[in-house]
Ligand binder design. Sequence first.
Ligand SMILES: NC(=O)C[C@H](N)C(=O)O
Length: 162
Amino acid sequence: MIQIFVTGGTFDKEYNFVTGKLFFQDSNLPEMLDRGRCTLDLNVRTLMMVDSLELTDLDRENIVNNCRGVATNQILITHGTDTMQQTAEYIAKADIQGKTIVLTGAMIPYAFGSSSDGFFNLGSALAFVQSLPPGVYVAMNGRYFSWDGVKKNRSTGYFEPV
Ligand SMILES: NC(=O)C[C@H](N)C(=O)O
C-alpha cells in the first residue's frame, strides 16, 4: 500500500476568479488519481493545507510522526515547492528506517488545467516511490533527487542537483 500525505502547496491551490486570489479547498488528489485511471492500492490523508512558506517545524514534526506511524514503507507527500527541500531534510534527519519517502508538488496549480505540472509530477512520484530504495527524495520535473542533493532554482523554477 502507498500512503499519500497531502500538505498543500501550489499543487492544491484553487483560484478565485472574482478576487483573483489563490486559496485552499479540498485536495485535488482523489480526482487526479481517478483521472489518471490509477489502480494502485493507496490511502490519501490530508495532514494540512498550507503554502509551504508558512510551514513551521511543528508542522514538519507532524509530517515526520505520520511517516513514522504509518505501517507501509512507501510514502508520497504532496508539498509546496518553496520549502520542499527543507522538509525533505527534516524528515531525513528524523532517521526513519526502511521507508521510501518521496515529496512532490507543482509550480502551477492543478486547478489551472493542462498548464499545470502537477499531474505529471504526481505520476512520476508514484512511479519513484514504488521503485526507489528506502530514503527521502524530491521528485520534480520528471527527475528524482536525494534530499541532500537538490535545490529549487528560484530564477528558473526548476529543481536542480547540487
Ligand atoms: N509552487 C509552490 O508550491 C510555491 C508555494 N509558495 C509553496 O511553497 O507552497
